[in-house]
Design a protein around this ligand. Structure first.
Ligand code: CA
Length: 544
């Protein structure tokens, strides 16, 4: 039935080609525009373009079109020609993709570099953490500017950009051209504090309400054998997010409990400040180092890596962490049989030393992931229309939820995951990855997809953080001009590297914070820190 409809559409389009000649292109564009807002367009166009209106709104090519695609992401995944999500997109758009990235490669950046060196470019390049490369190679001519193509042929992307202008800012180079369509996350909260409630109960302790309570609780976890095996093997505070990502480092984030921000922020007077040179951070580091020395923090927090949470919880030795709601709460299910009474719940952020309750972790507004059109592409209009499909309601639903009737059903006009998907052996996310859903192409994530996968503990935790408005404003995504970008590129790596090394040295006890603080500030100034702050201030002022 669906195929039959498609043939009618093609015939209809062929008639329209014969009748209108060159005007077909225009008619087709208008058809695409309808998908933004059907009612409006219907009223405006009346019946005059009825032939074009019979086309599927999402059909972007008259004849079946195959585009070549280099897709490789997260050091593991390459495009799979059999992914049902992209098969469905093909049915709806008449565009198929042919993956050309090596499927066995395990280094996304390396296969991207090899591709660029080869000079043999496919039509589309996709990957994660490629923003800077898309811009750099775009300015050299390997990827084409997209803003005009979007304005002319991609009404859904244009509408999205109009509503989220920082998306274009972020994916544009200093020359003002937009070089890739990014993956845009959704949702107002991501991480929260999780604690072993059954350990608190066993030790007859209350949920820690402030930093002093927290100290006492972690101390008790360290010394009172809450897992009951007779050994002092507990790791009171652990994290899997330390050392790799400067912006999301849970070791230095503990300084929050002494009022410190860990990134740029705008103070009440509109001045751009950096938390990691503040008096609060100094006090925080002194205390965090003390906690580390007393065994309240995982002794291997800097080296244990991404499996830390699995290890700490799976071995019944971890007491508390700060991590994503959905995945952290899921251990209540997966460990229910192996650890009797296991109860890992979200708690409000304990108040800092000034009595403030707050959460700094923000989801990134835009990811450095997505896809770009290369200069070798001979079907750029169809390609941008294909990109636009993923920003239609239908395309967005397909990428977020999979196939209707397979992964989800429509209930009261909304996609709802099937029970067998929610209760499957694998996580919902993993099931979606298997079919090509939730992969980091240019699309807008739907937070509701994640909320549906939350168990009650995750849902309650996320709701508590949302309802109480714990999350503070992140520093906005600013766009540097040419000169600022040059300064940023010159200074950023050295400053970050020096900061990370110094913080680690302090926490692990290699140097006293009090003894080293002045030298730290001086060294940062030598590395251009004042200038580094100034370019953020000027870019921020321009944004306002
Ligand atoms: Ca023990």
């Amino acid at each position: 039935m669906k195929k039959f409809v498609s043939i009618i559409m093609i015939l209809s389009l062929m008639l329209s080609v014969a009748a209108c000649g060159n005007e077909t292109e225009t008619a087709q564009n208008d058809t695409t525009a309808e998908s933004t807002d059907n009612k409006d367009t219907d009223e405006k166009t009346g019946g005059t373009e009825s032939q074009a209106s019979d086309l599927p709104e999402t059909y972007v090519s008259e004849e079946p079109l195959e585009l070549t695609l280099h897709m490789h992401f997260r050091n593991a995944y390459a495009y799979n020609d059999e992914w049902p999500v992209f098969k469905e997109a093909e049915r709806l758009t008449n565009v198929s993709l042919k993956g050309v990235a090596p499927t066995s490669a395990t280094d996304t950046q390396e296969v991207f570099n090899l591709l660029m060196v080869s000079g043999d470019l496919p039509d589309i390049v996709e990957g994660n953490n490629l923003r800077d490369d898309f811009i750099k190679y775009g300015m050299e001519g390997a990827f084409i500017p997209l803003e005009d193509l979007i304005a002319e042929h991609a009404p859904n992307i244009q509408k999205f950009i109009d509503e989220h202008p920082y998306v274009q800012t972020y994916s544009s180079g200093p020359d003002g051209h937009m070089y890739y369509i990014p993956y845009v996350p959704d949702g107002s909260v991501g991480k929260g504090y999780f604690i072993r409630k059954d350990w608190l109960d066993k030790l007859e302790l209350e949920v820690p309400k402030n930093v002093d309570d927290l100290y006492n609780v972690l101390k008790a976890f360290a010394t009172e054998d809450p897992n009951g095996n007779g050994q002092a093997d507990e790791i009171p505070y652990f994290s899997r997010h330390v050392g790799e990502n400067f912006k999301d480092n849970e070791a230095i984030r503990l300084a929050h409990f002494w009022g410190a921000r860990t990134d740029f922020f705008v103070d009440d007077s509109g001045k751009v400040q950096h938390g990691l040179v503040s008096d609060e951070f100094k006090e925080g580091m002194i205390n965090v180092a003390q906690w580390y020395e007393e065994g309240l923090i995982d002794p291997e927090i800097y080296t244990r890596g991404s499996k830390s949470r699995d290890i700490a919880l799976g071995n019944n030795i971890g007491g508390m962490t700060h991590d994503w709601f959905g995945s952290s709460a899921s251990y209540n299910t997966t460990l229910a049989d192996s650890i009797p009474g296991f109860e890992f719940v979200a708690i409000a952020p304990p108040a800092d030393s000034k009595g403030e309750v707050w959460e700094e972790f923000n989801r990134e507004l835009v990811k450095p992931d997505g896809w770009a059109i290369t200069s070798a592409n001979e079907n750029v209009v169809e390609t941008i229309k294909y990109f636009d499909f993923w920003f239609t309601e239908e395309g967005r639903r397909l990428m977020n939820y999979g196939i209707e009737g397979e992964q989800y059903d429509m209930v009261d006009g909304k996609p709802v995951f099937k029970p067998e998907v929610l209760n499957g052996d694998k996580s919902v996310q993993a099931q979606l990855w298997d079919i090509g859903g939730q992969v980091p192409i240019g699309f807008f994530q739907d937070f509701d997809y994640e909320l549906q996968t939350y168990n009650d503990i995750a849902a309650e935790g996320a709701k508590m953080y949302v309802d109480n408005d714990y999350v503070v404003d992140a520093f906005p995504l600013v766009a540097f001009n040419d000169e600022e970008q040059k300064i940023f590129d010159e200074l950023n790596t050295n400053i970050e590297t020096y900061m990370m090394e110094t913080h680690q040295k302090w926490i692990l006890g290699g140097e006293s914070v009090e003894a080293g603080w002045d030298a730290y500030i001086n060294r940062l100034n030598e590395l251009g820190f004042q200038e580094f702050v100034e370019i953020h201030q000027s870019a921020y002022d321009r944004l306002k």
